[in-house]
Design a protein around this ligand. Structure first.
Ligand code: OAD
Length: 250
């Protein structure tokens, strides 16, 4: 494993006679960092002096509903004020040139706002709300929400964000499609994820086991770095524009 620059990436593709046609992508919170969205395990992780990891749980939602909803509402408001960055946009553009499957752990919807279609949302989306009692669900982009917690229009329950909280299972369809894409790609791009949350972090391992090359884009080393054939130690918004341009070329 070496750390590489643009020129070295071009040389590496040539050395391996590699023109990737099928590209799988796994993104994590790091791709949205330059849009001003805090990562999960970054230094900006405290919310009102609490660890969000402890608030992104079913238990917290049930026991501290009002407080947890205030956190979601603030996060939604912050994301609504943010814009997709050059990293999100580069991936949307690359999909016009290659067979690309984009799986994200992010719940912010920024890939879709950058123009990516058919995003596989492994951990759900903050802009969908649902009721676990009557199965009512809706798209909702209002920020801030009028009342917290939001009432369910279908029953006397309350709505929750349609996201995967700690210890909850991932949406089966999205996970299966992401695994299939990983098993059938030439290259998997692993972008801005700490690679510690499974099953999402298993996607690069599936790709590698099926003979694909693993390219990591992350300013810092991660537990997945030793699985990478090529590591770009740079912020996603800086590296992805040139990477996508190279990968798009015929
Ligand atoms: P983390 O916060 O764990 O990791 C963010 C990663 O992004 C780190 O490895 C950083 O080094 C990297 N990073 C920071 N800035 C970057 C930049 N500008 N460009 C590229 N990379 C950068 O976030 P995730 O790996 O997404 O799950 O976390 C995985 C899951 O943990 C989340 O989806 C969430 C949480 O539990 C659920 O909510 C279910």
């Amino acid at each position: 494993m070496r750390d590489h620059t643009r020129e070295e990436f071009v040389a590496w593709l040539a050395e391996n006679a590699l023109t990737p046609r099928r590209i799988a992508v796994l993104t994590g919170a790091g791709i949205s960092a330059e849009s001003g969205i805090p990562t999960f395990r970054g230094t900006d992780l405290l919310w009102r002096d609490m660890d969000p990891a402890e608030l992104f749980t079913v238990e917290a939602l049930q026991a501290q509903t009002q407080l947890v909803w205030e956190m979601y509402d603030e996060l939604r408001t912050r994301i609504a004020a943010a814009s997709p960055n050059a990293g999100h946009t580069a991936l949307a553009a690359l999909a016009h040139h290659r067979e690309l499957t984009l799986a994200t752990q992010n719940i912010d919807g920024l890939h879709q706002r950058a123009g990516s279609d058919a995003v596989l949302e492994l951990h759900g989306n903050l802009w969908r709300l649902r009721c676990d009692h009557c199965r009512y669900h809706e798209e909702n982009t209002q920020t801030p929400l009028q009342a917290l917690p939001p009432a369910c229009p279908g029953c006397d329950g309350i709505l929750r964000p349609d996201i995967v909280l700690f210890s909850e299972p991932l949406p089966v369809d999205a996970l299966l499609q992401a695994r299939e894409a990983a098993a059938n790609c030439d290259v998997i791009l692993v972008i801005g994820t700490s690679g510690v949350v499974y099953p999402a972090a298993g996607l690069p391992l599936i790709a590698r086991a099926h003979g694909a090359y693993v390219v990591e884009i992350n300013p810092f080393e991660t537990p997945l770095s030793h699985e990478a054939d090529f590591s770009i130690r740079a912020p996603a918004a800086r590296a992805l524009p040139w990477l996508a341009e190279i990968l798009s070329a015929e």
